[in-house]
Design a protein around this ligand. Structure first.
Ligand code: FNR
Length: 386
């Protein structure tokens, strides 16, 4: 008997909308400007069609995926997203428990509302094989301390976000501004401002500036305190600098959208690439991540793992990404909708839905393991009458 539990990610999203405050919902759901890239992320999946193979003995379906020598139960992990305690339950701790419960990858945001140490503890220790997402600060000493701290905590890789030199222009978020309520803090940020909870972050103040003078003033104030993302990062300087700060962690670049940058990443020594447009929240008008995935995979030619996120809400979306050559997928908002629904259990339900849908799509397409999911299993919908 169906007991009204949500059965799809879309149903989780609809429930989350009713549970979250307007300001919080606007923050999580927003894309930049006209929301074109958010739409494109989703639409790209509907344009790709699956060419299933049949009569292939699909009694056993194996979804296991390996990254940096660690086997995960299935190729869907959780993208880093900020302020998870705003969504519900124990925030990042619940997401971590769900990710280890389901034997998959979590990437913790620099802007987490739980400390990197507590998150690893909640996950059951360093066996969890989690990654930490890094925003490089203008104050490099501060970033260096953070890197040492997450290394000591047991994170296996740094995912350096490269698409956010400044925040994207998110209109709803500017109208209903997000201010972290008093009990919440950002324990990985070393932000000691006692009035922190009454003000938006400096990255957000910069986004609110409506003329150049205001923007210059915020930037000036921020430079002193090192609280802004460093907009001066480059391929030549930044990856070598990060490498010098850690001897054990892999370095992953998150936010690559072109073959050109993918090649620079590989040549610059990145250990993996995440194709991402930040869930459509940064530059609007870029392609979908699925479109970008194709050119990145073709440029990288298997030299490093390629991950992808953006608009994945079905196991069949995961299947399509893998068929195009991705090694692993990540979901951002779907995990948050699960968290809003019922804390750790909600996130586990979301992961379970994606796992079951992927496994079923594989069985129905004749792929018994991830290696058997090939590009030839996809076609593109023709809209020109053919
Ligand atoms: C994000 N994302 C993000 N990325 C990052 O590198 N650091 C961060 O702190 C955040 N914060 C963040 C907050 C919120 C509310 C969202 C929705 C997203 C981007 C995230 O890692 C990921 O790229 C996208 O969420 C993937 O798209 P979907 O799955 O949400 O469509």
């Amino acid at each position: 008997v169906h007991d009204d539990k949500p059965l799809t990610i879309a149903e989780f999203e609809a429930i989350a909308k009713t549970k979250l405050k307007q300001q919080v919902w606007d923050y999580y759901v927003s894309g930049a400007e006209d929301q074109i890239s958010i739409q494109r992320n989703r639409e790209a999946f509907t344009r790709l069609i699956i060419r299933p193979r049949v009569f292939r003995d699909v009694t056993k379906i194996d979804t296991a995926a390996t990254l940096f020598g660690k086997e995960y139960a299935f190729p869907v992990g959780i993208s880093p997203s900020a302020y998870q305690k705003l969504v519900g339950g124990d925030g990042e701790l619940d997401v971590a428990r769900a990710a280890t419960g389901r034997k998959t990858l979590m990437i913790l945001s620099t802007n987490a509302t739980c400390s990197c140490e507590d998150v690893i503890d909640a996950a059951g220790g360093p066996d969890a094989h989690f990654w930490f997402q890094l925003y490089v600060s203008q104050n490099r000493e501060k970033s260096a301390r953070l890197i040492r701290r997450v290394e000591a905590a047991g994170y296996k890789a740094l995912a350096v976000t490269v698409d956010t030199p400044v925040l994207g222009n998110r209109i709803n978020e500017r109208k209903t501004q997000l201010i972290l309520p008093a009990p919440l803090s950002l324990p990985n940020m070393e932000d000691t401002d006692p009035d922190r909870s009454k003000k938006p972050s400096l990255n957000r103040e910069l986004l609110q500036a409506t003329n150049r003078q205001e923007a210059d003033r915020v930037q000036e104030a921020a430079r002193e305190r090192g609280l802004l993302n460093d907009p001066s990062l480059t391929w030549n300087e930044t990856i070598p600098w990060i490498r010098k700060q850690t001897s054990t962690m892999k370095v992953v670049v998150k936010g690559v959208m072109t073959a050109e940058d993918a090649l620079l990443a590989v040549e610059g020594g990145a250990d993996a690439i995440v194709v991402s447009n930040h869930g459509g929240r940064q530059l609007d008008g870029v392609s979908s991540t699925v479109e970008a995935l194709v050119e990145v995979v073709d440029a990288v030619k298997g030299r490093v793992p390629v991950l992808v996120d953006g608009g994945i809400t079905r196991g069949s979306d995961v299947f399509k990404c893998l068929a195009l050559g991705a090694d692993f997928c990540l979901v951002g908002r779907p995990a948050l909708w699960g968290l809003a629904y019922d804390g750790r259990r909600g996130v586990e339900m979301v992961l379970d839905i994606l796992e079951r849908e992927l496994s079923r799509t594989m069985a129905l397409s004749g792929a018994r393991n991830l290696q058997e999911i090939q590009r030839g299993m996809l076609g593109v919908e023709r809209r020109d009458g053919f």
